[in-house]
Structure formats: C-alpha cells, structure tokens
Design a protein around this ligand. Structure first.
Ligand code: HEC
Length: 131
C-alpha cells in the first residue's frame, strides 16, 4: 500500500510557526495599543499654533449646528470661548473615538491636527453673546 508511506512522510512536526514571527507580531500589537491609549504621547495637545483665518473658514460647517453666539440649541452644546487645549482635546477624542458620538466623530475624522488647532483659536476667540 504505497499510500501509507505517503501519509507518513506527509506528517509534519508540530509547532512549525516560527517564533520570531509571533514575537514581532506581539511587539507590533503592543506598539499599536500604546499609541491608542489616552494620555500617552501628549495626545491632548498637538502643540500646533492654529491659524485664525483657517479656523474662521472651517467654522462655517460647525455653525450649521453650533451657535456662534454661544447659546445651546436643541441639545447642541455651546463651543465658544473655550480654552484652546480643551477644545483640541475634545475634538481629538471625537476623532479617535474616545468620545462616542457618531455626528461629531464624522466631523472630527475629516479634520487634521492643524485644522483642529485653527478651529480652537477661532472659537476660543469668540465671546458668548447669549443671543
Ligand atoms: C450636524 C451637526 C453638527 C455639526 C456640523 C458639528 N457639530 Fe459639534 N456637536 C454636535 C452635537 C450633537 C454635539 C454633542 C455630542 C455629544 O453629546 O457628545 C457636538 C459636540 C461638540 C463639541 C463638544 C461640546 C461639549 O460641550 O462637550 C465640540 C467642541 C464640537 N462639537 C465642535 C464642533 C466643531 C469644531 C465643528 C465643525 C468642524 C462641529 N462641532 C460641527 C453637532 C454638530
């Protein structure tokens, strides 16, 4: 029965996965998880000086929902007059999903760090007028 001999030689020793591959994979996973953790690598402050003109330009999209006057309408919070670093941190947490809101995740995920910094300057400079 030639088949028996064939089957025998076809048997492979267990554990053929190269260990190096597994270690490299774990290292990559750890690096990814560490980046994703809040607070590591100064994720709340991009350190970028925002451009107020760019911020004013980009803000037209935001004020479709948020009031430039700083009034809260229909459950949409006021976002004017905030400290910049706080504004940046909140926008980044919507972008990376730490703040879980589908609308703002959508908005924030289209913005670069520069654009968020610019919006932080623009809205930070606005004073709530209450009207
Ligand atoms: C389609 C409507 C809509 C648009 C457009 C929109 N937002 Fe929002 N935004 C919301 C809603 C609703 C919330 C409250 C979400 C929540 O509960 O976390 C919110 C929350 C926020 C907050 C957090 C407020 C707080 O008190 O925690 C900030 C900051 C913000 N938006 C900034 C912006 C900026 C900047 C833009 C433009 C780039 C923008 N939003 C565009 C609807 C919108």
């Amino acid at each position: 029965m030639p088949q028996i001999g064939f089957r025998r030689t076809g048997v492979r020793p267990g554990g053929t996965m190269p260990l190096g591959g597994a270690v490299a994979c774990l290292a990559a996973l750890a690096a990814f998880l560490c980046q994703a953790l809040p607070g590591s690598a100064h994720s709340t402050d991009s350190g970028i000086e925002g451009d107020p003109a760019l911020g004013a330009y980009l803000s037209s999209e935001c004020v479709a929902c948020h009031q430039a006057s700083g009034v809260q309408v229909a459950g949409i919070p006021a976002i004017v007059g905030w400290p910049r670093d706080q504004f940046v941190a909140v926008m980044q947490s919507y972008r990376d999903g730490h703040r879980d809101n589908p609308v703002m995740h959508n908005v924030a995920s289209r913005l670069t760090d520069e654009e968020i910094a610019a919006l932080a300057v623009h809205f930070g400079n606005l004073k709530p007028t209450g009207q």
